[in-house]
Design a protein around this ligand. Structure first.
Ligand SMILES: Nc1nc2c(ncn2[C@@H]2O[C@H](COP(=O)(O)OP(=O)(O)OP(=O)(O)O)[C@@H](O)[C@H]2O)c(=O)[nH]1
Ligand SMILES: [Mg+2]
Length: 247
């Protein structure tokens, strides 16, 4: 198949947002819209933004859904269930991830018969994309995850994944966490369910953020670390510090 052929797939880009009016339009427009796949749509799961995020997302054709329950993980769990496409792509609404790489990543998933791709940000991070503290936190969490699970993923915190929606039918793949730890949970579940040949990691550029972040580096870092230990001992489904587990 040539790079110019239209891929016979329906792709939904799921984007969680909370007050991202400065970057949501550029994030959506960064993904090529030139007919590289049969159908492409954008599903924005908004955590009750108080700015113009929703209106702006709709203005460039995205479907929006307000998820009042807090959390990055909650937004994705809702978005995965709602996404109409057979292939799901994720990214933050802050211009940090390379939207222009989406067609190539989807093509790779389809043509190489993969189940899941996670994008490593650490090897190709551009200058200014990660503060020293963020970089250290990412490295420390990724290192801890590798030591606990021996699963070989370099960047446990990346939020850009490309996968077949059908993998969410697998209860061992479906994530349980409503917060930032959903990111590491996705990779751990994917490697456990599909192994190193079908669940792969690819390095992509990572860019400076547009707009300000609402995450709390220390609190989220601690939650991510606790989650790794709970999961290691199989307690994340029964003892969730983020409240009851719902579908
Ligand atoms: N729906 C929803 N989206 C959220 C929530 N918290 C964060 N987000 C979105 O999730 C994405 C990831 O959050 P970021 O603030 O970028 O977190 P991060 O990438 O770890 O931090 P930065 O490096 O500063 O970008 C962004 O698009 C946020 O707008 C939430 O509670 N609900
Ligand atoms: Mg971000």
């Amino acid at each position: 198949m040539q790079m110019t052929d239209t891929l016979p797939v329906h792709v939904t880009v799921v984007i969680p947002t909370r007050n991202e009016e400065k970057a949501i339009v550029a994030t959506i427009e960064s993904v090529p819209h030139d007919g590289w796949c049969e159908k492409l749509d954008f599903l924005v799961i908004d955590g009750s933004s108080t700015d113009r995020t929703v209106e702006l997302a709709q203005s460039v054709g995205a479907t929006t859904y307000i998820e009042p329950r807090k959390g990055y993980g909650r937004a994705y769990r809702t978005g995965f269930a709602m996404a109409p496409g057979d292939i799901i792509v994720t990214m933050d609404a802050d211009c940090t991830y390379p939207g222009e790489e989406v067609p190539g990543l989807v093509r790779k998933l389809v043509e190489e018969d993969l189940e899941f791709i996670t994008c490593d940000r650490l090897r190709k991070a551009e200058e200014g994309s990660m503060s020293g503290m963020h970089g250290f936190g990412n490295w420390a969490l990724s290192f801890t995850a590798r030591m606990l699970f021996w699963y070989g993923i370099h960047d446990s915190q990346s939020g850009m994944w490309v996968f077949h929606k059908r993998i969410m039918d697998n209860p061992k793949m479906r994530p349980t966490n409503d917060g930032m730890p959903l990111s590491e949970e996705m990779k751990l579940n994917a490697r456990r369910c599909y192994g190193r040949k079908k669940a792969i990691e690819i390095s992509v550029p990572y860019r400076p953020r547009v707009g300000s972040s609402e995450i709390n580096t220390w609190a989220d870092g601690r939650r991510n670390l606790i989650f790794l230990y709970l999961k290691r001992f199989g307690l994340n489904r029964t003892r969730s510090p983020w409240g009851p587990l719902e579908e």
